[in-house]
Design a protein around this ligand. Structure first.
Ligand SMILES: Nc1ncnc2c1ncn2[C@@H]1O[C@H](COP(=O)(O)OP(=O)(O)OP(=O)(O)O)[C@@H](O)[C@H]1O
Length: 311
């Protein structure tokens, strides 16, 4: 449903050129949920805008549903639903007015496509007369999804649809995405939440405009072949700096309330190292072996590029 071949994007500014995408190639199948994962500024929104025909790439070729995103942009627009990163509905229109407006843009009606949006629309129904701007974050995103679905698209593009949304609404949102994918709709979604990344069928890891790897969540995690240890102490910032400069440490980054650390050799003497940290003044330092997550694999890949800091 989506094929991108060697997509490049450079933004030209007066004095410099910003390389936003470098040789992006990927494919997304019918009914597949494909997640694009990467930090702010990695190029995610740029790729969304190119694939939804809103931006011309400076190089490469892409098709959506078999249609070329440049030469057949009208056909592409008819078969895609797009939810941009920022809430882009009319804040002063009610829930129902927004939906009716989006339906009319595609020359259809809410009734004609009711089966497609029924699940979400029923959750919105109690608020149908409320102005979109007065909805909660989770409800706004559900309305955005409803509007993106109203013309029965075959491909959904969702740019960080659940950022800032509470965990229960996030779960409900993903339940809807799973149902849509079962109906054959392809979903191309970006998210900063690693628990959501695991819900995707496949993931593309993007960093500094380049795709580092594409695979299923489990296979990506399986590629992390380094011993992983979490350290904790009261003075985390000093500990981070000290661990990073220890010979034999491959990478160390903050994750939640601990420091995820890998080593050049998997037989690194963690016990002895912890003792030396205690002697160096970290009386309360603790360590434990931990299971690898997608973010650990991501950090391992970016480590060489980013010199151990992940950024
Ligand atoms: N219109 C523009 N003009 C110049 N540079 C831009 C423009 N849009 C994006 N960029 C730059 O291109 C790079 C990729 O930005 P992009 O917004 O695609 O990343 P992102 O992964 O979506 O991050 P975020 O989630 O912060 O938007 C960044 O360096 C950004 O500053």
């Amino acid at each position: 449903m989506i094929v991108a071949e060697d997509i490049n994007m450079k933004y030209r500014q007066v004095l410099k050129e910003i390389v936003a995408l470098k040789n992006i190639s990927l494919e997304v199948k019918e009914g597949e949920i494909f997640g694009l994962i990467g930090p702010d500024g990695a190029g995610k929104s740029t790729l969304f805008r190119i694939l939804t025909t809103l931006l011309l790439p400076t190089g490469g070729k892409a098709t959506v549903g078999g249609y070329d995103v440049i030469n057949q942009y009208r056909e592409v627009r008819n078969i895609v639903g797009y939810m941009p990163g920022k809430f882009s509905l009319y804040q002063d229109l009610s829930v129902e007015e927004n939906l009716r407006f989006f339906a009319s843009v595609f020359d259809t009606t809410i009734q004609a496509n009711y089966d497609q949006v029924k699940d979400i629309y029923e959750q919105l129904a109690p608020f149908k007369n409320r102005k979109a701007g007065a909805l909660s974050g989770g409800m706004k995103q559900k309305l955005g999804l409803c509007c993106a679905l109203i013309h029965k698209p075959r491909v959904l593009f969702l740019d960080e649809p659940t950022t800032g949304v509470d965990p229960i609404s996030r779960k409900e949102f993903w339940d809807v995405l799973k149902r849509l994918s079962k109906d054959g709709i392809s979903v191309f979604v970006s998210t900063p939440y690693m628990d959501e990344a695991r819900l995707c069928d496949r993931i593309g890891l993007i960093f500094h405009g380049g795709l580092l790897d594409v695979d299923t969540p489990n296979r990506l995690i399986g590629k992390h072949d380094k011993k992983l240890v979490a350290f904790r102490a009261r003075d985390m910032y000093r500990l981070l700096k000290d661990i990073r400069k220890t010979p034999g440490v491959y990478s160390c980054f903050t994750f939640g309330d601990s420091l995820h650390t890998t080593f050049e050799e998997n037989d690194f003497p963690v016990e002895e190292f912890t003792l030396s940290l205690k002697e160096a003044g970290y009386a309360d330092v603790e360590w434990r072996d931990i299971k690898t997550g997608i973010e650990d694999y991501f950090m391992m890949l970016t480590n060489d590029i980013s010199d151990g800091t992940g950024y």
